[in-house]
Ligand binder design. Structure first.
Ligand code: HEM
Length: 298
């Protein structure tokens, strides 16, 4: 073999081996990270069970935006501001809890802001922004993002959402679909017309069937179904499914005056607790379109 091709195949081998090694290290690191977060989350579950809850009027810690129900002024976005598909993050930017322009946010800043504003547990507030950083191929510890960056399709953002048209119909995922939200707000069968887990299961069944029928690029992997149910679980836990609070939150992306998170556990909503609600919602979803496609294929 001539020496040039020997050198070329040698360097190909080095690149291939280092890629394989890098991939293996990254997978081990990923699995270890998940194990550490789950153990941490379990510790918080035990802590929450063995400590008294916050008083319902004093969930946000003193010294943080929203303590005693006093939220910073609501200031809707203006031209040039960055917003995304998540009402919870947009609302924080609209109140200046995250930078109002929605730009150059650190993942660590997002962690703290979600924890103190909505009382989600530190394990959740590390895991989700860290997962998001991975999707964007950025470093959780040192990189920054604009809110609109989070809308990468089929990352966390997905088809058949309850508050946004699919990206096939609406490229700008910060745009609230008023008809979809109005439908959601009229769907509660609980006391005062508030939303229950069964209501979210029904809404998601209808929305997935409708999206599958209308959107020629419709896709819904299992992880996206679970993310859809997770968002419903967030509305059920953090907002108690209450229409009077969900209306300004979803339509104006505004935190209501005097509002406090309905999650009162001492260290906040754990991944374990939110997954319990998520499972209840998702198990009640009837994916009629998927069943029909399976029957056709059989
Ligand atoms: C921790 C950081 C968070 C990130 C990175 C994030 C990201 C996202 C993304 C990308 C979407 C779009 C999903 C879709 O296509 O339907 C979304 C939707 C949503 N998120 Fe968040 N989110 C976060 C925290 C939260 C929290 C704390 C809450 C509740 C208090 C929340 C409530 C919602 C709701 C209600 C939706 C709308 C779901 C729909 O339209 O069906 N999120 N989020």
């Amino acid at each position: 073999m001539p020496s040039d091709s020997l050198q070329a195949s040698g360097s190909f081998l080095v690149v291939a081996l280092s890629n394989i090694f890098g991939g293996v290290v990254a997978s081990i690191h990923g699995v270890l990270m998940i194990i550490v977060v789950l153990v941490w989350d379990f510790g918080i579950v035990i802590f929450n069970l063995s400590t008294p809850n916050h008083a319902s009027t004093r969930v946000v810690p003193q010294g943080y935006a929203g303590a005693n129900g006093l939220w910073p002024k609501y200031d809707p976005p203006v031209e040039g501001n960055s917003r995304c598909s998540c009402p919870a993050l947009n609302a924080m930017a609209n109140h200046g809890i995250l930078p109002h322009d929605g730009r150059n946010i650190t993942f660590r800043e997002l962690n703290t802001a979600v924890r103190t504003t909505y009382n989600f547990a530190p394990s959740f507030c590390y895991f989700v922004p860290n997962h998001m950083a991975g999707i964007l191929d950025r470093n959780y510890w040192s990189d920054r993002f604009d809110l609109a960056d989070l809308d990468v399709h089929n990352g966390v953002e997905h088809d058949a959402s309850l508050t946004r048209e699919d990206p096939f119909f609406q490229n700008d995922q910060s745009t609230v679909s008023v008809p979809l939200v109005e439908k959601l707000l009229k769907s509660g069968t609980g006391p005062n017309g508030d939303l229950t887990p069964a209501d979210f299961s029904r809404l998601l069944s209808e929305r997935r069937a409708e999206s599958r029928a209308r959107n020629p690029q419709y896709s819904q992997a299992l992880q996206h179904k679970l993310l859809g149910s997770f968002n419903s679980a967030a509305m059920l836990t953090c907002f108690g499914g209450k229409i009077k609070d969900l209306r300004p939150f979803l339509l104006e992306e505004r935190i209501p005056d005097n509002w406090q998170p309905q999650i009162t556990s001492r260290m906040g909503l754990t991944l374990a607790a939110v997954n319990g609600v998520l499972a209840r919602v998702e198990l009640g979803v009837e994916d009629v379109g998927a069943k029909r496609e399976k029957l056709k294929a059989a």
